[in-house]
Design a protein around this ligand. Structure first.
Ligand SMILES: N[C@@H](CCC(=O)N[C@@H](CS)C(=O)NCC(=O)O)C(=O)O
Length: 216
């Protein structure tokens, strides 16, 4: 299978993390947003939404959107529980990630750390900060309730909800959101990083997760 990604995409990091945790090999095809690769006809032919990540299967079929890809990869594994109520709980947290968590955290990281092209004091970025902190407060409360052995959506084995919520939570400090006040989140991040098969954002340079240079 081939993953179409960009070097720093947090949404594509979810897919690489999932594949690593499952022990599934992925060939990376890394594209550049700045070079306009995501607007090229060859990419648009496989990516109806013109975004990464896209997973290309060996038979040529392609899957867009990180949630859909995680769902596909996790079939038949404990990362997608078999029981309908447990599945519904996983979907609750996937929906939370897409609607309330990922966007403000990704915007803060992209524009305040990577591009440095926005004023953090602008109304728009103050709103993103407020939304990001609110999302992390909800995640913190959930993890506190789940206890030190629980996971975001499930009780014993982690699920694709943990994988989905990990990257932009881990990268939050790049957008000026410090995690010191979120003890349950910090413990959960550390537990994910201890899992067999964990993948760093830059696998050859795990220490450079927060680097803003063009090359890892
Ligand atoms: N909802 C999508 C969001 C994907 C997304 O935002 N991808 C970004 C990179 S992290 C992208 O392709 N940005 C370039 C663009 O939108 O032109 C998912 O979860 O996969």
């Amino acid at each position: 299978m081939k993953l179409h990604d960009t070097l720093r995409s947090g949404n594509a990091w979810k897919v690489r993390l999932m594949a690593g945790l499952l022990g599934v090999p992925l060939e990376r095809h890394t594209r550049s947003i700045d070079r306009g690769d995501l607007r090229r006809p060859d990419f648009l032919a496989i990516a109806p939404l013109a975004q990464v990540p896209v997973l290309e299967l060996d038979d040529g079929h392609c899957i867009a959107e990180s949630m859909a890809i995680l769902h596909f990869l996790a079939q038949g594994s404990p990362w997608w529980p078999a029981e309908p109520l447990a599945q519904a709980r996983v979907l609750t947290w996937l929906s939370f990630e897409q609607e309330r968590h990922m966007k403000p955290l990704a915007k803060l990281r992209l524009h305040l750390a990577l591009h440095r092209d926005r004023d953090p004091a602008s109304p728009e970025f103050r709103t993103y900060r407020h939304e990001a902190l609110a999302a992390l407060a909800l995640l913190e409360a959930r993890l506190e309730r789940q206890g030190p052995d629980g996971w975001v959506a499930t009780d014993t084995h982690p699920s694709i909800a943990d994988v989905a919520l990990y990257p932009y939570t881990r990268l939050a400090p790049m957008g000026g959101i410090e995690l010191q006040g979120f003890a349950a989140i910090r413990a959960w991040l550390a537990r994910i990083e201890d899992l067999h098969g964990y993948q760093a954002l830059f696998p050859a340079h795990p220490e450079k997760t927060f680097s803003t240079s063009e090359t890892p």
